[in-house]
Design a protein around this ligand. Structure first.
Ligand SMILES: NC(=O)c1ccc[n+]([C@@H]2O[C@H](COP(=O)([O-])OP(=O)(O)OC[C@H]3O[C@@H](n4cnc5c(N)ncnc54)[C@H](O)[C@@H]3O)[C@@H](O)[C@H]2O)c1
Length: 421
């Protein structure tokens, strides 16, 4: 009989991993508190960019099913938790979904099961928050239930690295827990790396995300003074990237977005502040610079209009690509929102074109926008076009040459007429 896996949280992370395990012969139940997501999944309709309806249907045929009923945990051999870890209103960690999932597991888990937390969180969560809610009736980690942390590293839209070929780090509460988690992942992931413990595995994920955050902030700060000094920073980065060792290229942009980079490092700085009383200064600085990036773009739009004697108030500004990264539809924490908000405050007429987004509620405003479907007409009618995400569907050279003014925040359009950030 095939072993049963329950994956709690069927979002960007949980669904792909559930389907990969179903493909490998597990009987998989995808548990989610959102009943409409569960209904759609069971009907073969995916809500995740990286999972096509056909892949989902193949998963359903291979033994995958979605459910809202936590009782599914009762006979599970393995439970993996992939629920969101957002920020609370005061900017600290909101572990509500993790605690909710842990309580449901604690109520139903059977002795001998393996429970793994994959949600990104601060070091210590698995041991101090997650495990105590799971271990009931004198149960002990490593003896009655194996509990481990394994950071999710999924990169939405990445066609080269997926669940199977991205190395998986695991760290358990005891060495028996680490061994059990490691054996489980080895069944469907090519490379599994054992951390010293859960805290080290938790820290590894936050180190990866903080590294990106800080390096993006570095070039987002440099792009400002490079512009003032009339230096093409993208060209300088391309040159630096020819060094075969000791350098990794990061490029400037309109700001950071998504569920990870703007959120996860705050989990770490909050932990350092709460437990040790001092600041994690690199993260705080990176946050300050990257949060200001969309507002810097707004200033550059204002400057470009001003040079043509056009007031921002009443100017027609077309934003190209409003998702948080190219070639996906995810809009979470997209820098397009603070940019549009600032432009709207100035009285600009903001419109957008994005093949992945049909309607857009601009966060922080009551503005609802419908995407322009005729991109050529939209470009012709705009006083300025701002490229935020270079989706591969865009014919950027043609759009840039048709525009009255084109601000490229990604440094990807070669024409000398184009204004680079
Ligand atoms: N999306 C990414 O690219 C990415 C990459 C690496 C790591 N992560 C991390 O993985 C975790 C999950 O992220 P995601 O992007 O998959 O989130 P998501 O919002 O796409 O999906 C989470 C799902 O969990 C469900 N859920 C919430 N609380 C629940 C509960 N108590 N029980 C059952 N289901 C519940 C929600 O309804 C939702 O469908 C986060 O910690 C995130 O930081 C995400």
């Amino acid at each position: 009989m095939s072993r049963k896996l329950v994956v709690v949280g069927q979002g960007y992370v949980g669904l792909p991993m559930a389907l990969r395990a179903a493909e490998k012969g597990f009987a998989v139940v995808g548990l989610d508190t959102n009943a409409s997501v569960v209904e759609a999944l069971n009907a073969g309709t995916s809500h995740i960019d990286d999972v096509s309806d056909d892949e989902l249907k193949a998963g359903l045929a291979a033994g995958y099913a979605a459910s809202t009923d936590a009782v599914e945990i009762a006979d599970a051999d393995v439970v993996v938790v992939c629920v969101p870890t957002p920020l609370s209103s005061d900017g600290g960690p909101d572990l509500g979904p993790v605690e909710g999932a842990a309580r449901a597991i604690g109520e139903h888990v059977q002795r001998g099961a393996l429970v793994i937390l994959e949600s990104t969180t601060y070091p210590g969560t698995t041991e101090e928050v997650f495990a105590p809610l799971i271990l009931r009736d004198g149960m002990q980690a490593g003896r009655d239930v194996n509990i481990a942390f394994s950071p999710e590293r999924i990169d939405p839209g990445n066609e080269q690295f997926g669940v199977r070929n991205t190395p998986k780090v695991v760290g358990g509460l005891t060495s028996a827990c680490t061994k059990a988690a490691s054996e489980f992942y080895r069944e469907f992931i090519d490379t599994v790396v054992e951390a010293k413990g859960a805290k080290e595995a938790e820290m590894a994920k936050l180190l990866e995300n903080t590294f990106r955050h800080v390096n993006i902030a570095l070039v987002n700060e440099m792009v400002r003074f490079s512009h003032e000094l009339d230096i093409d920073l993208w060209d300088a980065i391309d040159c630096a990237a020819t060094k075969p060792f000791g350098y990794m290229a990061f490029r400037p942009g309109p700001g950071v977005g998504g569920h990870c980079i703007p959120v996860d490092p705050s989990y770490l700085s909050h932990r350092v502040k709460a437990q040790l009383g001092y600041a994690f200064r690199m993260v705080e600085l990176a946050e300050e610079i990257n949060t200001a990036a969309p507002l810097y773009v707004a200033n550059r739009v204002w400057q470009a209009l001003n040079e043509r004697r056009i007031a921002a108030n009443g100017a027609k500004v077309l934003l190209l690509g409003v998702t948080y990264k190219a070639n996906i539809s995810d809009r979470r924490e997209s820098p397009a929102d603070p940019l549009a908000k600032r432009l709207l405050e100035w009285g600009a007429e903001v419109s957008y074109h994005d093949p992945y987004v049909s309607n857009w509620h601009v966060e922080g405003t009551d503005v609802e926008l419908t995407g322009e479907t005729d991109v050529d007409a939209a470009v012709n009618g705009a006083d300025i076009v701002v490229l935020l995400q270079a989706h591969s569907a865009f014919d950027l050279d043609a759009l840039a040459s048709a525009a009255k003014s084109f601000l490229d925040t990604r440094g990807v359009v070669k024409s000398p007429e184009v204004i680079r950030l």
